[in-house]
Design a protein around this ligand. Sequence first.
Ligand SMILES: [Zn+2]
Length: 262
Amino acid sequence: MPTDEEIRRAKEYLVLRLSAERLAVSSLDSALLSAARRIVAISRRYNIPPERFRFSADPQLQAEVRDVLALLRDALYNRIETIDTFNNDEDKDRPFVAPALTTPWKDKTFRQRLAEYTSRWGYEIEAVIAAAGLEGIKDTKAIESAIREYLDRPYDNPWVKDHMGEGAAVRLENIPHYGKGKPIASQAALALLLTTVVAKGWMQNWARLNAGKKGYYVFRGSSFPCEICDYQTSFPHDASDTDGLPPFHPNCCCYVVYTNDL
Ligand SMILES: [Zn+2]
């Protein structure tokens, strides 16, 4: 079994990892809201009748929105890349998130997922703008504040609810559901994506920092009931077992103690 010192260092690393995860999502909402403001302003300039409103109703509008979404993606990507304020004296200069940005998991890279979720988020904004138009809402500030209020649950927006199935809101019906109930908001999907890639990057780095150790044990960092995490903690892992590295699910706070004493 690992020594108390090995366990202490692994816990310390977990605390740093969790603060990096929080840092990664801390500017997400403001990035989304400023992109939303730009999209609302652009959309209003085109005067498209609400029942026909889509970004694609005008190729120029679509191109402008695409540019805003591309900037948003870059901002989120760069944010992750720059969270390199790594508190480990032994290894200050080693990039720790970068490899996780390019290594696919479940067949998709971080950038692919980011592109998918931000464009899905764009459809949510498109639906809100269309629904606001159908409601006769003309005030830009009212549209912006509705986007802010329902950023994490666009399907609860009363305008969207009223006009679900009409115009641009049709698209929202095709958004994938996860389990029962409502589809997950793109804001939540993006938050999970950002924290997951940071957690993965940090754990890959932890494996590098412990290169040469024989293997590791996984410990639970939370008492939240989870069969996957419980399973992973139930046996010693060989150092080469990269599948045994957390996170095992979004917001997983399991930590890994490398040791020569398995
Ligand atoms: Zn876990």
